[in-house]
Design a binder for this molecule. Structure first.
Ligand SMILES: Cc1cc2nc3c(=O)[nH]c(=O)nc-3n(C[C@H](O)[C@H](O)[C@H](O)COP(=O)(O)OP(=O)(O)OC[C@H]3O[C@@H](n4cnc5c(N)ncnc54)[C@H](O)[C@@H]3O)c2cc1C
Ligand code: SF4
Length: 488
């Protein structure tokens, strides 16, 4: 374990941030690296619990006490091996995961939990810096060919695992470059894109082929993949955006968050031909939706020079502490304040947008809201009710709709005859990721709906095991809970 008395002696410490006025001048990551000694001290806080609840909190089943101990002892290469045995891309989760493991950490019952996510990032960065992350192509090829459709974290994890098993993997991606939401959703200030590129180089060197700019179902028929490949893994994400069908929703200036974020990430990448520019510069911006996407819109708006940014959330304001009805080790629904929120956005809760107002040229100039409350009637789902006399008009030239996603696009499913579930995701069991059509598997947001990077990587890994088993009759690819033990 870490230091036996570490948790008694050492306080939790995480990376600090560059000051707001500095960081909003550019799109660079703004966390300030910690001294190696401080990271090792944080590893020393781990109690090596008899039942490490952090394991079950982590969708990947990361071997957390083991890598905490290795870090405490300065055995960074060992820590990297342990971490990579369950997580293909700890440099993504170490930056971006909301860390359900930390909510489940036993130390969190009456102390601040171990800084698991930050330790993970430091392990991954040390491993890259020291040159320990190198291509490990399979020793033998099986002669089987697998198509992966979609190159987000689920697709990349599935591809790497299947390639390790010796299959020839081709990843199809309709965007210009691989990465999914990591590249064209999440802003650079949360993760700079060279972090994806350096990992892609390893994947390519291992023998994975990437075909970008290919929209499966449009540029090539999904059915043709069935002829050319022995198995298909669908990892296309949950890309259907939720709309706000109210008066004025067609005005110029009412924009889907993903159009705004995707365009900005391409701009930061140096792409010139962006179509009609969507910019928050000198505007009063309202971001509708209080989740991750909304938060990313806030940070991006400030970096573009917005005059003001207001953030609306239809749900009531949570408490910063864990609510009593959501005890440890469960993931609590509480008020979360991101670094972007702290850059100057004003947040409003229990608020609903009723109407957008335009000028004579069809440009957005304001919007109308009212306060709402959730009314509970026994035996029924909670109902949203407007609070009378709370109508308010806001000045606003850019409204960003960050309302989440309703499910997966259905073109591929139609072309391949796949069943959808009642949440419009492609239907497949969480046990073996098989769809109703033999040889076709689905993983990540396209199967589970809008979720998290850590879940996407987990599903990609799990699905790869079952694809391998389908192709070969057995699989040595690890499943969650196996750690680095080979499995047959
Ligand atoms: C703005 C935003 C911020 C987020 N921030 C966080 C965060 O901080 N932390 C976190 O854990 N999660 C975050 N998430 C959620 C996380 O990004 C997703 O859960 C995760 O990326 C899902 O991975 P995936 O591989 O299933 O799908 P995606 O990442 O959505 O990738 C799917 C890929 O498939 C491609 N594709 C789809 N259909 C086709 C087709 N027919 N042919 C070819 N290619 C196709 C798409 O172009 C895309 O590249 C965020 C989401 C958004 C929208
Ligand atoms: S629950 Fe927390 S203290 Fe216990 S082993 Fe996991 S990280 Fe360490």
């Amino acid at each position: 374990m870490g230091k036996i008395t570490g948790f008694l002696e050492i306080d939790r410490k995480v990376e600090s941030y560059a000051p707001v006025e500095e960081r909003i001048k550019n799109y660079r990551e703004f966390t300030l690296p910690m001294e190696e000694k401080d990271v090792k001290d944080q590893g020393a806080r781990c109690m090596d619990c008899g039942i490490p609840f952090c394991h079950s909190g982590c969708p990947l089943g990361n071997l957390i006490p083991d890598f905490n101990d290795a870090v405490y002892r300065g055995k960074w290469e060992k820590a990297s091996e342990i971490l990579h045995s369950t997580n293909n891309f700890p440099e993504f989760t170490g930056r971006l995961c909301p860390a359900p493991c930390e909510e489940a950490c036993v130390l969190g019952i009456n102390e601040d939990p171990v800084t698991i996510e930050n330790i993970e990032k430091n392990i991954a960065e040390t491993a890259f810096k020291k040159g320990w992350i190198t291509a490990k192509p399979p020793l033998e090829r099986t002669g089987k060919k697998v198509a992966v459709v979609g190159s987000g974290p689920a697709g990349l994890a599935a591809a790497q695992q299947l390639n390790r098993a010796g299959h020839q993997v081709t990843v199809f991606e309709r965007d210009e470059k691989p990465g999914g939401l990591l590249r064209y959703g999440i802003p650079d200030f949360k993760m700079e894109k060279h972090v994806i590129d350096r990992r892609l180089e390893v994947l390519k060197e291992e023998g994975i082929e990437f075909k970008c700019g290919v929209h499966v179902g449009k540029d090539i028929k999904a059915g043709s993949l069935k002829n050319d490949f022995d198995a298909i893994v669908l990892t296309g994400g949950a890309t259907v955006r939720r709309r706000l069908p109210i008066e004025g929703a067609d005005l110029k200036g009412v924009v889907q968050a993903m159009d705004f974020l995707g365009q900005n990430n391409r701009r930061v990448d140096g792409i010139k031909d962006l179509g009609e520019e969507i910019l928050a510069t000198d505007k009063d911006v309202v971001v509708i939706g209080g989740g991750d996407t909304g938060s990313d819109c806030i940070g991006t708006s400030f970096r573009q020079g917005a005059k003001s940014v207001s953030n609306f959330e239809i749900m009531p304001m949570g408490t910063p502490d864990r609510p009593k009805d959501q005890p440890w080790p469960f993931w609590p629904m509480r008020l979360r304040t991101s670094s972007s929120h702290k850059e100057g956005a004003e947040r409003f809760f229990s608020i609903s947008t009723k109407k957008f107002i335009g000028d004579e040229k069809g440009n957005l100039k304001g919007l109308i809201t009212s306060e709402v409350e959730w009314v509970t009637v026994p035996g029924q789902r909670p109902q949203l009710k407007e609070v009378e006399g709370t109508e308010r008009e806001w000045k606003c030239e850019l409204a960003l709709l960050a309302l989440g996603f309703t499910g997966s696009e259905n073109t591929i499913a139609e072309q391949l005859g796949l069943e959808m579930d009642n949440r419009t995701n492609i239907k497949a069991s969480e046990i073996d990721y098989k769809t109703n059509v033999p040889g076709i598997f689905v993983a990540g947001d396209q199967r589970r709906g809008q979720s998290l990077i850590v879940w996407a990587i987990s599903e990609g890994r799990q699905a790869a095991h079952h694809v391998d088993k389908y192709l070969m009759g057995e699989s040595a690819l690890p499943l969650k809970g196996d750690g680095d033990l080979p499995r047959v």
